[in-house]
Ligand binder design. Sequence first.
Ligand SMILES: Cc1cc2nc3c(=O)[nH]c(=O)nc-3n(C[C@H](O)[C@H](O)[C@H](O)COP(=O)(O)OP(=O)(O)OC[C@H]3O[C@@H](n4cnc5c(N)ncnc54)[C@H](O)[C@@H]3O)c2cc1C
Length: 376
Amino acid sequence: MRIVVLGAGFGGLELTTRLSAALGGEVDIVLIDASDTFVFGFSKLDVMFGRSEPAAVMHPYGDVVKPGVRFVGTTVRSIDPEARRVETDAGSFEGDVLVVALGADLDPAATPGLVEDGHEFYTVAGALALRDVLPRFGGGRVLIAVASLPYKCPPAPSEAALLMHEYLSDRGVRGDSEIALTVPMGAPVPPSPEASEALLAAFAEHGIRFEPNRRLRALDPARKVASFAEGAEIPYDLFLGVPVHRAPDVVVAAGLCVDGWVPVDPGTLETRYPGVYAIGDVANVGTPKAGVFAEGQAATVADAVIASVRGQGTAVEYGGTGTCYFEFGRSLVARVDITFARGKPPAGRLEGPSAALAPQKAAFATSRVRRWFGRS
Ligand SMILES: Cc1cc2nc3c(=O)[nH]c(=O)nc-3n(C[C@H](O)[C@H](O)[C@H](O)COP(=O)(O)OP(=O)(O)OC[C@H]3O[C@@H](n4cnc5c(N)ncnc54)[C@H](O)[C@@H]3O)c2cc1C
């Protein structure tokens, strides 16, 4: 059996690791990614604030050496879901099972003025650019704004605001600065009222202005103001945006998307095409776009493939459970364990923020690096 996995992010790496561990050389697993390295989303915050060296957070795919797995570094150009075949710059690949784990693309150009006068911290390039810009920022109005829903890791903009407070305080320019955060929803993390309350308390403590229900429309670089669909304007000297997210063009062109993302059976992650699955940010599963959920979905697909190879009947359905860690600044970390069960409101539990949780978050990353890349 051949399993072709498109995308070696959280979802693709977890899936291939599990398949290799269970089936080793019994199956042929092809893992395709256009990038040379994997970078955790949260490492981008560390890079932009100078907390980590870029080289330390880049994990080369050349290190993925696992029984049965062949990593192919190439770009997927087209997907034929009926034939479970893809065309890439390195030729075509056909599978008995095809898993689309290509994540979400960013479209900064969809927000007028953002590319010209703003910054983003959702890509490695954006984080690296900010790493150069921030030390030269002598204080002023910092505006962090989310362009649209859905976006990856709903707490990340709140973390950016709190880490910005810490960064500017340490540089002695916080007194000359204002920090504002806008989001297009009613709370920082709507599925977890407890986490939202903790974040709002931290914003109040640190003088961070939080504006919910703001849909960013455009930046006016000449006037240095951001305008919002609701009619409001907020001035800025330094603008950090979370750009519009979209399914990658190749997925849209394959006809796999409905309302922007790939619909799947939320229990099995299978698309309407037999043997074709979609996991992680590219899929519409009913969970937030976050690595932990991509990982859980990968585990479900792995179980189904393993059960089918072993002839062991059906696998357990995806449960929508994940653990998220949030940075509050000054090495304080909170943890939310949350479940998005079908037909029920999300149920979660907040722990922290506390210094004791910081090593747990670090262990979350190192344990994945060890399993996915075979080293710590
Ligand atoms: C600032 C920030 C902080 C975050 N913090 C957290 C956190 O604390 N916890 C958490 O769980 N999540 C966090 N996330 C979210 C997390 O990074 C994503 O949700 C997760 O990476 C999604 O996994 P995925 O496998 O769906 O896609 P990705 O990890 O994005 O992987 C998709 C892969 O597909 C490849 N690809 C795309 N198109 C092509 C193509 N045409 N051909 C070949 N390859 C292609 C890409 O190179 C990429 O490697 C954060 C994100 C950001 C930006």
